[in-house]
Design a binder for this molecule. Sequence first.
Ligand SMILES: [Fe+2]
Ligand SMILES: [Fe+2]
Length: 141
Amino acid sequence: MSQITKPALFNPERVHEGGELFLARSDIDDLHQSFIELINRLDTVPADEFAELFMQLIEHTREHFAREEALMVKSGFPAIAEHCSEHGRVIGELNQLEKRVRLGRPMMARAYVREQLPGWFELHTRTMDSALVGHMRQRGE
Ligand SMILES: [Fe+2]
Ligand SMILES: [Fe+2]
């Protein structure tokens, strides 16, 4: 008898050591690991727990971006404007969705977490975050 198991939304091994999205920079990798944990939990969380967990994701994402932005300032990262504006765009989207979730309309937020955030995270990590880490490494930071 075959058993159908739902694949993990985002394989967490990809952001751990040995994974292709691991940046070998513990402060950023830790944030990415907990981000992936949150979006995977949000995909399967019961309806009555979604809102609370979604607010946690927003809080976590604000902290994640603020920490990276502090590193950009400290290291004089040349693409700071572009990177911060990308963070700002995502926070703007999350803020819009938060309003709907607070009104008891979580459908768009659920779809966003499942269909948009994983792909966004992957591309953002491969390009902008990885450029930031490369820049800091070059400076010996
Ligand atoms: Fe990041
Ligand atoms: Fe970033």
